[in-house]
Design a protein around this ligand. Structure first.
Ligand code: NOJ
Length: 543
């Protein structure tokens, strides 16, 4: 008591402004996406696994990312790269077991990395015990957890599977069931409360094991039009996302209630987050999923589909900043992932595609918000040629080969220039997808320490992004002049710019300050201007 009094006398009373809470980690994080099957194989079966990933965590820490998102690790029917889950609260034995996942989380935490899992609530595997019970007995409680329709000559409506063909298939007893993806992925009926309860158990199961959150698959799905009415139009894979033509299958208002509930569960676990896959054409609608009481983030896929030109890139960036800004959410930028062609190939292939992909990486990492970096993109991997007979993607098979499918961006990571590129321990194992013969040249060990390598570029960019918070947390202005796109971001007293030349001629851009990083050594500074060759980008710190 006496001590407290004396303190009050000697220390003048001051009104102390409460310290501003630090921004949550996920607002400006760089999240590294690991396609588990293709990352690192520890036991020599040609399939990546949790122990392999664990062994490679020091690489991710060295690279400078903040978190790792792992594509589905659950026991699965194997029909869609793990997105057909048989047991949501287990680990596929191909990948390890729950203790391996716990060890991964612990090791990651020691290295300052967080682990984010993938959760798949729109559909299960057809091997899931619920669906099996529903097949066995149409009157079972499990049958009410899916969308079944009585046997009839025609399917109940005109809905199409995103993987091709009708979204309805028949059970052996002639009933129809709904699958918006492959037939092995029956859609759940979220109007049955047991479905919601079970997923809440799943979230807690993994959160209790220390994971930092979830990437939510098909977060714009889950609920379907209550009357299962026909869609007004057809789905097109070339669109930015689904719109009014698919109004009956996606983006039903009820789904937002699920995210509010999931958010409240995450709120019980400090520093966790939910990031949703929301493939809707209207960015205003996408942003609504990351309102303050819903998902923490929703992925913005515009850059993933934008052709290499100033207008689409500028539009993609401005419209996302505006739409997400209106709900107070950071934009979660995606340049590449396991569903799209690698950007080196998408932007033209070879040297041209590589130059553009490097410039695009600098652009993406200079944008305010969080960034999702797909494993292998930091190496500048091109889309791999996968022979048809080796392809596994249901998109290829269900379209009768008309659509190439996604195998080419899922080929295992090259780690070193030995036989098998260091993916499996002894190099002798046959990888689950064939690795192109010349991929040694992209290997991590080959690029490490090489000043001009794409890996070095990414590592420098990640370090500079941390050192200069204006990039990831500043307020950004987007301007265009001819083929030049400039993002200028300001945070406190600091102003930084990313200038990209997307044209075919060298341009002189006026930008006072010091060059922090350039996508090519051919970028030249002279006085207050920078000479940017075609397909290049530069980061400048203003004086
Ligand atoms: C989106 C995932 O990214 C994709 O790989 C998967 O095929 C579908 N959702 C279905 O789960």
């Amino acid at each position: 008591m006496a001590r407290r009094l004396s303190l009050a006398r000697t220390q003048p009373r001051r009104r102390v402004a409460p310290a501003a809470a630090p921004a949550p980690w996920w607002r400006d994080a760089v999240v590294y996406q690991v396609y588990l099957r293709s990352f690192a194989d520890s036991d020599g079966d040609g399939i990546g696994d949790l122990r392999g990933l664990r062994q490679r965590l020091p690489y991710l820490s060295w690279l400078g990312v903040d978190a790792v998102w792992i594509n589905p690790h659950y026991p699965s029917g194997g029909a869609d790269g793990g997105y057909d889950v048989v047991d949501y609260r287990a680990v596929d034995p191909e990948y390890g077991d729950v203790s391996d996942l716990e060890a991964l989380v612990d090791d990651a935490r020691r290295l300052g990395l967080r682990v984010v899992l993938d959760v798949v609530p729109n559909h299960t595997s057809d091997q899931h015990p619920w669906f099996q019970a529903a097949l066995a007995d149409p009157d079972s409680p499990e049958a009410a957890r899916y969308h079944f329709a009585p046997a009839s000559a025609e399917p109940p409506n005109n809905w199409q599977s995103l993987f091709g063909g009708p979204a309805w298939s028949r059970t052996p007893d002639g009933r129809w069931y709904l699958h918006l993806f492959a037939p092995e992925q029956p859609d759940l009926n979220w109007r049955d409360p047991v479905v919601a309860e079970d997923f809440e158990r799943t979230l807690r199961f993994w959160l209790d094991r220390g994971v930092s959150g979830f990437r939510v698959d098909v977060a714009y799905g889950l609920y379907k039009d209550a009357g299962l009415r026909d869609n007004p139009g057809a789905y097109s894979p070339t669109l930015f996302g689904h719109g009014p033509e698919q109004a009956m299958t996606w983006n039903q208002p009820e789904v937002h209630g699920v995210w509010r509930r999931w958010r409240s569960i995450c709120d019980e676990y400090p520093d966790t987050m939910l990031v949703g896959e929301v493939c809707l054409a209207d960015l205003e609608q996408v942003a609504l999923y990351s309102r303050p009481d819903e998902l923490h983030q929703s992925l913005s896929f515009r850059l993933l589909k934008s052709p290499w030109a100033v207008a689409p890139f500028a539009e993609a960036i401005s419209s996302a900043l505006d739409a997400y800004g209106r709900v107070g959410a950071p934009v979660s930028w995606v340049l590449g992932n396991h569903d799209k062609e690698r950007q080196v190939t998408r932007f033209g292939g070879g040297e041209l595609g590589t130059a553009r992909a490097r410039a695009a990486a600098l652009l993406t990492l200079a944008l305010p918000g969080s960034a999702y970096l797909y494993a292998g993109d930091e190496l500048g991997l091109p889309q791999a040629h996968v022979p048809d007979e080796a392809k596994q993607d249901p998109i290829f098979h269900r379209s009768g080969g008309a659509r190439a499918g996604r195998d080419g961006c899922r080929v295992p990571m090259p780690w070193n220039p030995t036989e098998g590129v260091g993916f499996s321990p002894d190099g002798a194992a046959e990888p689950w997808l064939p690795i192109p013969a010349d991929w040694s040249r992209y290997a991590v060990s080959v690029q490490t320490g090489q000043g001009g390598s794409t890996l070095t570029l990414h590592r420098r960019a990640l370090a500079l992004r941390k050192a200069h918070p204006a990039f990831a947390s500043g307020s950004a202005t987007v301007t265009t002049r001819g083929d030049v796109l400039t993002i200028r971001s300001v945070d406190g007293g600091e102003a930084v710019r990313c200038v990209v030349n997307m044209g075919s001629e060298t341009v002189l851009a006026g930008c006072p300050g010091s060059v922090l990083l350039a996508s090519t050594a051919a970028v030249r500074r002279s006085g207050g201007t920078v000479a940017l060759p075609p397909d290049s980008a530069v980061w400048v710190l203003e004086d």
